[in-house]
Design a protein around this ligand. Structure first.
Ligand code: PSU
Ligand code: MN
Length: 285
């Protein structure tokens, strides 16, 4: 088994502002390397699927405003039309799995949005059908966490906390939601994935790893920003693919950069844990 760790490119192209996007993407790769694993950032360049973007390609994703955002369902379209697309968690999980990779690191997965309009991310559907271990800091705080957790349950995604029994809320370590199961080591994480494979249960293991303490923002504070930003999105008629990038940008402005700092910190922390888990898997758990 390879000790590759897949990384997504939507967070580079549409999630983080420049120059933090490029810096973070490259540091995540370095951190994965420092654990002895091999980073493979996934993206689609002029219609070609790349599992392991070069530094130049990562630079392109972080600076070019023609990069579209592709979920799994859009992979055939952007390939046929020879477009350049950043892959979301759903597309990354699918493409990385097809390339034989079993571990991925991201910030937060998509889920059920809070607004009145029905908006549920393909991430959950993909996690229900592709076997992968995905390290994230929960779901994005801009989402409806309760409903997202119910959706994860309905779709049979195995959710487990890393040294926590509280479902982390991305920018915060705490939330009102509990997780019944938690593990403490990369070895246990690898074992959970191995058991999911042995029992032939489709879908992923979502390992939720709270943001490092020094960079967390209290839950109630983030809630305030999210409520305000969501109201503004409704007023300005922002929805669909543009909603997540819009809200992340507004949160950063409202929090005076604190949400960005937390976002970068948790991405690096997740890359490290994913790298350590991939090493354990490679060594044959
Ligand atoms: N979390 C972040 N920033 C992001 C994303 C998640 O902090 O940019 C991206 C991921 O790629 C995720 C996607 O898969 O947002 C979900 O988008 P949507 O809600 O449109 O499905
Ligand atoms: Mn959506």
């Amino acid at each position: 088994m390879s000790c590759d760790v897949a990384l997504e490119s939507t967070v580079i192209a549409h999630g983080l502002p420049s120059p933090y996007n490029l810096q973070t993407a490259l540091s995540m790769e370095d951190i994965v390397r420092s654990t002895g694993s091999c980073p493979r950032t996934v993206g689609i360049v002029e219609g070609e699927i790349i599992v392991g973007l070069t530094q130049e390609q990562i630079e392109l994703f972080s600076s070019c405003n023609k990069v579209v955002k592709a979920a799994t369902s859009e992979i055939p379209l952007v390939c046929a039309l020879k477009m350049t697309a950043a892959t979301t968690v759903s597309a990354t999980v699918r493409l990385a799995s097809q390339a034989g990779i079993s571990v991925m690191a991201t910030g937060g997965i998509g889920g059920v949005h809070r607004d009145i309009q029905w908006d549920v991310s393909q991430d959950i559907i993909e996690l229900s059908r592709t076997q992968m271990l995905v390290v994230s800091s929960g779901v994005k705080s801009i989402l409806d966490m309760g409903r997202t957790l119910e959706f994860l349950e309905t779709f049979g995604v195995t959710v487990v906390g890393y040294r926590t029994k509280c479902f982390p809320a991305f920018h915060s370590r705490q939330s009102p939601y509990e997780i019944p199961f938690s593990i403490d080591t990369p070895e246990e994480a690898a074992m959970v994935l191995a058991k999911k494979r042995q029992t032939r249960i489709p879908g992923s293991v979502l390992l939720v790893n709270p943001v490092p303490e020094e960079d967390e923002i209290p839950f109630a504070e983030v809630e305030e920003y999210v409520i305000r930003a969501s109201d503004e999105a409704i007023q300005e008629g922002v929805f669909g693919k543009k909603l997540t990038p819009y809200l992340l940008k507004r949160l950063n402005e409202l929090s005076d950069g604190k949400t960005l700092k937390a976002n970068v910190s948790l991405l690096k922390n997740n890359a490290e844990l994913a790298g350590r888990i991939a090493r354990v898997i490679e060594n044959g758990s």
